[in-house]
Ligand binder design. Structure first.
Ligand SMILES: [Fe+2]
Length: 199
């Protein structure tokens, strides 16, 4: 099924100490072309969600990709531990399943890692349906309106593995370190053998 970009705006995320619910744009802004977001594997559709349960396109997407749904609302009124939850959503993760959200109301930001590890942020609004591919580092936050209502489609057969960016990079550096250790041991052994044959 062809992805349809509508008015989704993306830009390079400016990492600083400000609240993550602010835009975090550079000055001047560094926009990211939609083609690049597609290249990274993100799919989007714009749907009419006023009667979302009757939307035939949504039904087609649901059947096509094997989803089932739950509806999640993130706002002060619906959550006792609102601030903690929002902080939790902003933890970077990847998982073995694609991530899908259909925004029924409100707004938010998704941040995704580019090939070089830089964050790209895009704004999602009512009617946006977003699919992030499996294995993509991402995080989510509300915007300054502090409210979003979304369907949380899940694959019927769910095998969910969350991995944080730091964990993966630590595993990579540990693996590199252990490779280096093996190389040093091999060189020392070779030196020893050479030394013994010379005696
Ligand atoms: Fe996720």
């Amino acid at each position: 099924m062809e992805a349809i970009w509508t008015q989704l705006e993306a830009w390079e995320f400016n990492t600083n100490d400000e609240d993550h619910r602010l835009t975090h744009k550079f000055s001047p802004n560094r926009p990211v072309p939609q083609e690049h977001i597609h290249e990274l594997g993100v799919l989007t559709w714009k749907l009419d969600v006023d009667e979302w349960e009757k939307n035939t396109l949504l039904e087609t997407i649901k059947m096509d990709r094997g989803y089932k749904y739950s509806v999640v609302t993130v706002c002060h009124k619906e959550m006792e531990d609102f601030e903690e939850k929002v902080k939790g959503f902003f933890q970077e993760l990847l998982h073995s399943q694609e991530e899908i959200r259909l925004i029924l109301d409100g707004n938010g930001y998704w941040d995704i890692r580019d090939y070089d590890g830089k964050w790209i942020r895009f704004h999602i609004t009512k009617g946006d349906m977003i699919v992030l591919p499996p294995g993509m580092f991402h995080r989510f936050t509300l915007d300054e309106n502090h409210y979003i209502k979304a369907t949380q489609p899940l694959l019927a057969l769910l095998l969910f593995t969350d991995v944080s960016y730091r964990t993966q990079h630590r595993a990579e550096s540990e693996s590199a370190a252990s490779g280096l250790y093996v190389l040093i041991v091999w060189i020392l052994v070779q030196e020893r053998i050479r030394g013994q044959s010379a005696e």
